[in-house]
Design a protein around this ligand. Sequence first.
Ligand SMILES: NC(=O)C1=CN([C@@H]2O[C@H](COP(=O)(O)OP(=O)(O)OC[C@H]3O[C@@H](n4cnc5c(N)ncnc54)[C@H](OP(=O)(O)O)[C@@H]3O)[C@@H](O)[C@H]2O)[C@@H](O)CC1
Ligand SMILES: Nc1ncnc2c1ncn2[C@@H]1O[C@H](COP(=O)(O)OP(=O)(O)O)[C@@H](O)[C@H]1O
Ligand SMILES: [K+]
Length: 512
Amino acid sequence: MVKEREQLESVVVNALQMRQIEDRIFAASMPVAALMEKAAILCANRIQQLYPLSQISRVGVLVGPGHNGGDALVVARELHLQGYQVNVYCPIHKLKDLTAKHAQYAQNLGIPFYETLEQLYKCELFIDGLFGFGLTRPLTGEIVEDIELLNQWSQPVVSIDIPSGLHTDTGEVLGVAVRATYSLCLGLWKWAYFQDQALEYIGSAERIDFGVPAKDAWAVLGQPAPVQKMTLTLAQRFLPLPRPLVTHKYKQGHLLVICGSYRYAGGAILTGLGARGSGVGMLSIAAPKSLKPMLVNHLPEALIIDCPETESGAIAELPNLASDFNNYSVIACGPGLTSDAKSIVETVLQAECPLILDADGLNILAQLDSISRLRKRPAATVLTPHLGEFKRLFPEIDNPHSDRIKAVVEASRLSGAIILFKGARTAIAAPNGCVWLIPESTPALARGGSGDVLTGLIGGLMAQQVTCLAAIEKTVATAAWWHAQAGIVAAGERTELGVDAFTLSQYLCKVF
Ligand SMILES: NC(=O)C1=CN([C@@H]2O[C@H](COP(=O)(O)OP(=O)(O)OC[C@H]3O[C@@H](n4cnc5c(N)ncnc54)[C@H](OP(=O)(O)O)[C@@H]3O)[C@@H](O)[C@H]2O)[C@@H](O)CC1
Ligand SMILES: Nc1ncnc2c1ncn2[C@@H]1O[C@H](COP(=O)(O)OP(=O)(O)O)[C@@H](O)[C@H]1O
Ligand SMILES: [K+]
């Protein structure tokens, strides 16, 4: 049972799936009112922990017409019974039956209901129960003005299930949305919590586990669930630890990194440092020959393969390497190559081992119009685009930022590759339909070179796990989670301004 609850923590659903799971619970005779009571009492308890009566007393509760409003009224009732001064604002008068019952009871308890939001301006805390996952069309009219007013005020806001006005799946703002301090996601994590465009509305995210039966979740989603968030427990499970006692360097994976140019020399170092952080057994770096002294200086453990250079200082060719690709477990190619290294990417695409393409590797892939070739490769390909690279690679996918989860799934389907779509909430999709979401990160990582560290880390982890390649996407997601956590730990110690890419690489070893 414990394991099942733990598994449910990593499940991420869309509104339709949540509705289907809920319908199964109700069909099995759970009373709707009892489920609401359970979920909302847990919310009330959490709100009291966050904002104890000793610190605030006056609470404004915003109640919508559906069951999100019903939840809010249960919270209002409980806080009132605990001694908070609760004021309710219920802008839409036509309520669903259960919500109307709770409104009636709250009024009978003597909780005051007000006609305008302005009348609640003295409240020290707001509970947002206007709309939950039932919101599908844009908000209009007075409610828009109410939410705009609430957003202008400085009091904390706790949103129940999701900030009102956000689309549960895409995280899109439907006209206007509440900017929450905390969002208490009910039951199972919803997609919006992992969509970049929703983040500034969600505030701190918490899940309220009201006991969704695992069998209902698996019946709707299948098992394992197709969309999951990475957790510490899972990341630890997917790491190549413990190492076997009897092993040697080549058994711990041999990563070949192909990167750098005279112009972008640092990209080669940072990718190498990311690989170093992964614990990979052997690291080889193919780079323009003029970079060799510098690379040896920074990465004495790496084998540097010095390559002839173009006039512009890019790698001109890979000496003897093309025939030797079989010596490597994995190849990571791209950071700092410049667009002059086209032939290198062409050559690397012929390698028979798993391949990670990043940065200029991706731009060249787009220029070569070679996405369709990836499917013919005998081993897995991992592409790690940020939004700009994503658009160049997949021009047929409209507005990928407007639903990053859908976009990454589509990109993986189109290319047959594992796609890691970088962002504030990085999303990873595999051709088998599995999606992994990275639940937290830090804007400290929005700095040149942090992606290079990630490429090395992914490559190094994959190289160590090359024997279980059925689950490459798990390894890629573990690397992305690790990278984000290193950023969080580093920013915690050094502020968000203190996490340059080199520093980030030094924090990788502090995460686990
Ligand atoms: N899942 C679970 O396990 C549990 C779920 N629970 C809770 O139920 C919530 C879902 O409840 P819900 O289905 O009643 O929908 P909700 O989000 O309250 O809003 C729908 C209402 O808004 C209305 N409406 C829609 N758009 C509108 C617009 N633009 N402008 C104005 N009105 C608009 C719409 O009206 P209609 O479309 O019918 O005209 C309808 O009346 C969920 O988020 C969670 O909090 C918990 O109680 C227990 C466990
Ligand atoms: N606002 C943000 N919040 C969290 N992580 C971010 C944010 N912006 C960027 N990142 C992360 O930083 C890395 C940047 O990679 P990339 O854009 O390739 O940079 P570079 O090419 O300069 O190395 C990615 O892993 C991305 O997910
Ligand atoms: K809400």
